[in-house]
Every structure is written in structure tokens, then in C-alpha cells.
Design a protein around this ligand. Structure first.
Ligand SMILES: Cc1cc2nc3c(=O)[nH]c(=O)nc-3n(C[C@H](O)[C@H](O)[C@H](O)COP(=O)(O)OP(=O)(O)OC[C@H]3O[C@@H](n4cnc5c(N)ncnc54)[C@H](O)[C@@H]3O)c2cc1C
Length: 391
């Protein structure tokens, strides 16, 4: 039997970070992952360039039943602390947009640096090692493919359920339940939305077109790119709103952000009233979209012939197109898992389970989910760091 001070389940961003911190404190640390390679999600993140943090980290950019929960860890190990680590590692990076920081080179540099730090701190890493179950009798006993492991502390960093083909499981949620912690129902986040057949068909001619838009659900709004695809709508603004969207309710899309569609239509009518609506609108939005907007607003014919209610309908589509999603693409393509281990059952400073000393939950398995843009990795670093100081 292998005896360690700290067993970390999951060699992703949060697990590796926590393991490094604990090993640097002189703890005997073993990280176990069933996947053949560590931190596969870092490797594929940010289009292979890893959007590793965001300059604008703030609690309101995280979703949770208790958004204040994340504050302590985010303040104790900030984006600037992680940036300092990138400097130590000699990994070059740049700011892309909206405070999002990306590696200049491949994301695997971050994975390599984490594994190197773990090794140098004396931590062990078992890859390709399935864990069948965990029991607790003073120590945590892990039943693994390489035999039993006994650990004083157990850090659960198995992530969420998104992208099962990359090794994502609900194991962390099952462990939380087993040890009596509550769960906030997990659901896919940062995921493309799906639409009725009729709406999807109406968008088919727009596939591949990307526009800047404001997408809103209730009071929550995101101004970012919107991408029409063969399956429906995607792009950053849609992924962001998907984390807030609730079934049965429409989202609202402003296709002319910061512009007054009604005013611009009135001008256009004076200048180009003789043109067909679909053609004239190409002065305001991309040509393919212009033709489709005329169809959605049911305004065939010439711009000059439109009555006031027709113009209003057209302006409404341009500045406030209301679309009812049918659902999301689900775990297969979701970038993150909303919900997870209920923060009421965790200590915000250490991530330790309130009723089970020595048991910690960090990273995406916890009910803390960031916006798109580096927020989720920062949560993984910060929560991993917090647990690594005490586990
Ligand atoms: C395509 C994609 C792109 C992304 N891009 C970004 C980005 O650019 N910026 C950003 O901030 N976030 C991004 N994210 C989100 C980010 O990857 C996650 O939030 C982050 O990886 C969570 O870290 P984690 O350590 O908690 O979990 P993970 O990174 O998911 O790691 C969990 C680990 O646990 C292992 N595991 C799971 N179940 C078991 C089990 N039963 N036994 C043993 N091991 C197990 C897994 O194999 C995995 O290695 C992206 C996500 C996806 C899917």
C-alpha cells in the first residue's frame, strides 16, 4: 500500500497547482489521473494558446449560488500572482481583448511547467490510473488500478462533466455526495444554443458569418462576437449568455450595438427608398444578414413602401431580435460545468469540506463557474493554491 500525506485526484489545472503548493510545504504528495496525459484541457484551451487568466477578475464575473464564495481564494492568489509565475516559467504571453491573457506559443508550455514544478517539489504523478472508490476511516483509502493508497488529506480536482471524450466524469460530484456534501445541479455552460428546425433553416444561409452583437438574457448582457453556424448560434456572446439562459425563455440579440436602427432606417428610406428592403439593409449590416433580416421582419418589397409598423418591426429585429433557444448542445461541446459541490459545505479560505476534515474540493468540480475569457483557469489556480497551503 502507498502511504502519502496528500492524494490529489485529477491532474488538471487545479489539481497540479494544489499539488505543487502542498509538495513545496514538504508534504508527500501523489496526483492520480485516469487519463493518459495530464491537463488535457489546458492543452486544447484557448484554441491551443491557453487563455490562462484575465486582468479583470472580479466576483461578479463568476456564477455560483454564492458568488461571494470565490472572493477569498481569488484575492489570496490573484491573476497577478499567476502572471508572476508565467514570468518565472519564462512563458511569453499577450493580451488579446477584454483583459484576456493568452500564451504566445503552445498551451503545452503551461502543462510542462506545472509538471516540472511538481517533480522538482518532490510530488509524484500517476497517469492512466483509474480510481474505483474512496473510503475514510481516519485516513482516506483510495482503491486504484495500482493498488490501495492511504492519504491523510484528499484533494478532489476531477473537474466537471464537460467533454466526456476528454476524460471528464461526474466522479467528483459522486464523491461529494458520498461524503454528505450537497450538490448544485450540474448543467452545461459556455455552450452553443440550439434552435427549432424552422429557425435553424432560416439561418442556414448565414453559416460562417460572424458579427459583433449584444446578446442579453434578462439584465445580463454580453457584447462580443456572434457566429451563425449550421447548427444555430455560437461565438463568444452566445457562449457567455448560455451560462445564464434558462429553458423556455428567449434571448435578445442586438445586431447593431450602440446604433439606433429606427433612425438609420428612416435615413436609408430617404436615400434608398426605391431599393428592395433586403438589398437596402446591406448598408447597415452584412449583405447575407440584411436579406435574412428582411425575411424575419416579414418586410418584402421596397423600403419606400413600408408603413410605420413595418419599419418598427424591422428596427426591432435589428436592435432587439428575440430568439427562443430550444436547448444547448450539452456536455459534448460545453466548455464548463455550471453547478457542482455546494459552496455552503466548503470553507471559502481553504476549500475544505465543512463536515469532513482533510477533504478538499477545488476547481471546476465546485459550484463556481467563470465567464469565458480566462476566468475558469484563474479559479482553478486560486482554489488550488488555497487548498495547497493547508492540505
Ligand atoms: C475546449 C475548452 C477550452 C477551454 N478554454 C479555456 C480557456 O482558454 N480559459 C479558461 O479559463 N478556461 C478554459 N476552459 C475551461 C477550463 O479548461 C476548465 O475550467 C479547467 O480546466 C478546470 O480545471 P480543473 O483542474 O478543475 O479540471 P480539469 O482541467 O477538467 O481536470 C480534471 C482532471 O481530472 C481527471 N479526472 C476526471 N475524472 C477522474 C476520475 N474518475 N479519476 C481520475 N481522474 C479523473 C481528468 O482526466 C482531468 O485530467 C476550456 C474548456 C474547454 C473544454
Amino acid at each position: 500500500m502507498e502511504r502519502v500525506d496528500v492524494a490529489v485526484l485529477g491532474a488538471g489545472a487545479a489539481g497540479l497547482y494544489a499539488a505543487i503548493e502542498a509538495a513545496r510545504r514538504g508534504r508527500k504528495v501523489l496526483v492520480i489521473d485516469h487519463a493518459a496525459k495530464p491537463a488535457e484541457k489546458i492543452r486544447i484551451s484557448g484554441g491551443g494558446r491557453c487563455n490562462f487568466t484575465n486582468l479583470g477578475i472580479a466576483p461578479e464575473r463568476f456564477l455560483s449560488e454564492n458568488p461571494r464564495f470565490a472572493l477569498s481564494a481569488l484575492r489570496r492568489h490573484t491573476q497577478h500572482d499567476f502572471i508572476a509565475r508565467m514570468k518565472d516559467w519564462g512563458i511569453a504571453w499577450h493580451e488579446k481583448t477584454l483583459g484576456q491573457l493568452f500564451c504566445d506559443g503552445p498551451a503545452t508550455q503551461v502543462v510542462d511547467a506545472l509538471c516540472r514544478d511538481l517533480r522538482q517539489a518532490g510530488g509524484q504523478l500517476w497517469l492512466g490510473c483509474a480510481v474505483a472508490g474512496v473510503t475514510h476511516d481516519g485516513a482516506f483509502r483510495l482503491d486504484t488500478a495500482r493498488g490501495q493508497v492511504a492519504a491523510e488529506s484528499l484533494v478532489v480536482a476531477t473537474g466537471g462533466r464537460s467533454i466526456p471524450k476528454m476524460g471528464a466524469t461526474g466522479f467528483g460530484h459522486d464523491l461529494a455526495r458520498q461524503f454528505g456534501l450537497r450538490l448544485v445541479e450540474p448543467r452545461p455552460g459556455l455552450v452553443p444554443l440550439t434552435f427549432s428546425d424552422a429557425l435553424r433553416e432560416s439561418m442556414a444561409g448565414l453559416a460562417g458569418l460572424s458579427v459583433e452583437a449584444v446578446v442579453a438574457f434578462g439584465k445580463t448582457r454580453f457584447r462580443e462576437g456572434l457566429l451563425f453556424t449550421h447548427r444555430g448560434l455560437s461565438g463568444p456572446s452566445i457562449l457567455q449568455i448560455s451560462s445564464y439562459w434558462r429553458e423556455g425563455a428567449p434571448i435578445r440579440v442586438d445586431l447593431m450595438p450602440d446604433r439606433d436602427a429606427a433612425g438609420e432606417l428612416a435615413d436609408l428610406r430617404r436615400k434608398a427608398g426605391g431599393q428592395l428592403v433586403g438589398n437596402a439593409l446591406a448598408a447597415l449590416v452584412p449583405e447575407r444578414l440584411a436579406r435574412q433580416v428582411a425575411v424575419w421582419a416579414n418586410t418584402p418589397g421596397r423600403l419606400a413602401d413600408l408603413k410605420a409598423p413595418d419599419l418598427q418591426r424591422l428596427a426591432n429585429v435589428l436592435n432587439g431580435w428575440e430568439v427562443l433557444p430550444m436547448g444547448t448542445e450539452g456536455w459534448r461541446t460545453a466548455e464548463v460545468t455550471l453547478g457542482g459541490v455546494d459552496t455552503r459545505d466548503l470553507d471559502a479560505r481553504t476549500m475544505e469540506a465543512r463536515g469532513v476534515p482533510g477533504l478538499y474540493f477545488i476547481g471546476e468540480v465546485v459550484d463556481v463557474t467563470g465567464w469565458l475569457g480566462g476566468y475558469n483557469f484563474q479559479w482553478a489556480w486560486s482554489s488550488g493554491w488555497a487548498a495547497g497551503q493547508v492540505a
